[in-house]
Write a protein of this length. Structure first.
Lengths: 105, 155
């Protein structure tokens, strides 16, 4: 199984390169994952998306749809795509320490 | 890593509910994956971007064997509306938005949308008839220019 190293910790990754265990996640891990995705600085808006996704995932076992994300997190679609230019669903899930979203929308 | 898709140009040519949604879902899905996407509406597909019609699209209950409704029954008044209502209800559960809202959402992801010049002329449509998401009325030639370097998906 693939792993990533942050500081002194070695974290397991799933087949898509996302964290295998969402409990391994921390804000430092998020910053490191963001850099890997080409996002050098996580702004409060990034954190709003990340925290919302983690919250939904913890409760429902899957990431929210983009539509729900924009409606409930208060970040509109345009901003969302600016925050995570190379695909918000996939990238935000990765940085949030969650598996790739299952839904199509 | 295997070759990846970087860009798709999706043509929507049909005006029934089930004719329009697959293209919209694929365009939105492409953007979600970070794939560049554009939409081209042609023939009855234009119904999806005509303001007055976009949220009134219906499921075809006649001539569609996959509906498993006998043609004579499918033709009864109200059948199409009924089937449409049922389908919309199921779509809402999956968080698939109504056409108008979906178009705005897809456009906001940075996917341009075009209407087909020949159809617009044929149906005598004007810029005012379309939703504001339509970025222009273009010819087939212009469409191919814009689609260059990507995949074309006809629906």
């Amino acid at each position: 199984m693939a792993t990533m190293t942050i500081g002194t910790k070695t974290l397991a990754l799933d087949a898509d390169g996302n964290l295998a265990n969402m409990n391994d996640w921390s804000e430092d891990v998020a910053r490191e994952l963001a850099v890997q995705e080409g996002i050098t600085e996580l702004t409060p808006q990034h954190w709003a998306v990340i925290n919302f996704m983690r919250q939904v995932f913890a409760k429902e076992g899957d990431s929210p749809s983009i539509r729900r994300l924009t409606k409930e997190s208060g970040i509109d679609t345009k901003t969302l795509y600016q925050l995570f230019p190379k695909g918000p669903a996939k990238k935000a899930a990765k940085i949030a320490g969650l598996p790739k979203p299952k839904g199509c929308i | 890593m295997a070759e990846t898709i970087e860009k798709v140009s999706i043509i929507i040519s049909r005006g029934s509910l089930e004719g329009v949604y697959p293209g919209l879902i694929m365009a939105n899905g492409a953007r979600m994956e970070g794939i560049e996407a554009s939409l081209f509406f042609t023939f009855f597909g234009l119904e999806a971007v005509i303001k007055k019609r976009m949220d009134e699209l219906k499921v075809a209950t006649v001539g569609n064997p996959a509906m498993h409704i006998p043609t004579m029954v499918g033709a009864l008044p109200g059948m199409s509306s009924f089937a449409t209502r049922m389908m919309k209800k199921e779509m809402e559960k999956l968080d698939i938005p109504p056409v108008g809202e979906f178009l705005t959402m897809i456009h906001d992801t940075g996917a341009p949308m075009y209407a087909c010049r020949a159809t617009v002329d044929m149906f005598h449509l004007k810029k005012d008839d379309f939703c504001p998401e339509i970025d222009g009325v273009i010819s087939v030639g212009q469409f191919y220019e814009m689609a260059a370097g990507g995949q074309i998906i006809f629906t």
